[in-house]
Design a protein around this ligand. Sequence first.
Ligand code: ATR
Length: 291
Amino acid sequence: DLYNFRLIRPDTKVYGIIGKPVGHSKSPLLFNAAFKSVGLNAVYLHFLVDDVEKFFNTYSAVDFASGCSCTIPHKEAALKCMDEIDPIAKKIGAINNIVRRPDGTLTAFNTDYIGAITAIEDGLRSLNGSATALGSPLAGKLFIVLGAGGAGKSLAYGAAQKGARVVVANRTFERAKELADKVGGQAMTLAEVEHFHPEEGMVLANTTSVGMKPKIDDTPLSKDALKHYCLVFDAIYTPKDTRLLIEARDTGAVIVYGTEMLIRQGFEQYKNFTGLPAPEDLFRQLMEKHA
Ligand code: ATR
């Protein structure tokens, strides 16, 4: 009973995920189970969407529409259909979470960067124990982002907003430079970052596809270089244990899985949709069961 059919009434709130393709998305499974667990009169569907502008013109006019998630290939194109955009999402240039207000206006967020950054912050807190001061544990940290694509942008803007000193390292230097300039950071190539360790206890976030299935023996940074990092995050989640994370764990760093970003971006979407905290344990159990 994926959709809780018995509950659907004229005033049922309708959510969904737009994308193309979209049928593989596990979001309906997670959100419908979450709505049911707290007795919310709401349903979450797959919307196979070709033309985003046409979709949002209709969606903003329909009263039962309450919000939607947005996936490939619409994360950038959907921006121009919004009435209000979270300032960081606007800078990143991509949205994945849209809330329809009762007056029909659409407000957009990017929960991908929030998912990654909160996971990294919690990892740093676990390292420092409970005696950490108020504010983000990323403040003042040297934060190295590998990659300058969509995910690289999310991590670089997210970390900069928390007060980290950002370095963007990318195979293609020009792309690193462009992003680093935007976040007030430093740019370098992947070869240069191998020997870059002006201090110990740096934070690393890999957003390149190096190490992704099926090329699981690849890694973007040598094990030798990893000893200068206190925390390593990998946005890759297939496999969950990348070579980068295995080697980082071996050198004693705290590791943060790509799956953690994935699940936490869902928590944030649920909060934006409902105004309620997400049923985190339920989300985690379902993700594991349907991995
Ligand atoms: P995403 O949206 O997931 O970030 P993307 O925009 O395609 O994906 O970006 C992929 C990133 O992985 C880029 O930073 C890319 O580097 P280039 O800008 O030089 O292309 C990086 N990348 C992909 N394959 C790579 C490889 N074999 N070695 C190093 N970097 C690689």
